[in-house]
Design a protein around this ligand. Structure first.
Ligand SMILES: O=C(O)CCC(=O)C(=O)O
Ligand SMILES: [Fe+2]
Length: 200
């Protein structure tokens, strides 16, 4: 692994250990963000996205969650998607090497929040599935401005952490501990979102 990448992994992992969440900017380069946006658009135009649901049964409730998603499978992925997944796998190995979470698999989807949509305060845990250990979100938004809205709010014990969905930024937090929310944006908001799991 590239040395600078290993170094940034160490920094975000120590944030996660200390605070339950961590933020790493430039997880993707500008060029990678551009390529992933091209892939995103191709999938979107091929009408592969679906309205997201809120339970394992995928119940659609737009006053809770308004994003559209597309699950990403490595078997069907293109070159830039594979590059992204492999970087994520490297991160997962690094977490396993430094923490003892026993991560074994991941699930990941593209997400698009159309203008005005949001995701109300929630915990990323299904009642009948405790496999999700770490949630991660990598944003694909180029030139995101503070007045575009769409902040991720992390509800921590002592404060609320407000995170702008800036392209290339990776946010990771403990899935069963940190409640969070996506505020409405006045611009379409894109990401790759997923979970590192300790069961397959
Ligand atoms: O996009 C984000 O910032 C958070 C998304 C989220 O909370 C989720 O998909 O469960
Ligand atoms: Fe979430």
């Amino acid at each position: 692994m590239e040395e600078t990448l290993a170094f940034s992994f160490e920094s975000i992992i120590s944030q996660i250990i200390e605070h339950g969440y961590g933020i790493l900017d430039n997880f993707l380069t500008e060029e990678e963000i551009t390529e992933l946006n091209e892939s995103f658009l191709a999938h979107y135009q091929a009408q592969e996205f679906r309205q997201a649901g809120i339970s394992k049964e995928h119940e659609v409730v737009k006053n809770i969650r308004g994003d559209e998603i597309l699950w990403l499978e490595k078997e069907q992925a293109n070159a830039i998607e594979i590059k992204f997944l492999e970087r994520l796998e490297a991160f997962m190995s690094y977490v396993n090497y430094t923490c003892f979470l026993g991560l074994r698999s991941y699930e990941i989807h593209y997400a698009s929040y159309p203008v005005g949509t949001f995701y109300k305060r929630h915990l990323d845990k299904f009642r009948n599935d405790s496999g999700r250990k770490l949630s991660f979100i990598c944003y694909l938004n180029q030139n995101w401005q503070a007045d575009n809205g769409g902040e991720l709010v992390l509800y921590l014990p002592d404060k609320e952490e407000i995170v702008l969905p800036i392209g290339g930024r990776l946010v990771v937090f403990e899935s069963d501990k940190i409640e969070h929310e996506v505020l409405p944006a006045n611009r379409e908001r894109r990401s790759l979102t997923g979970w590192l799991r300790n069961i397959d």
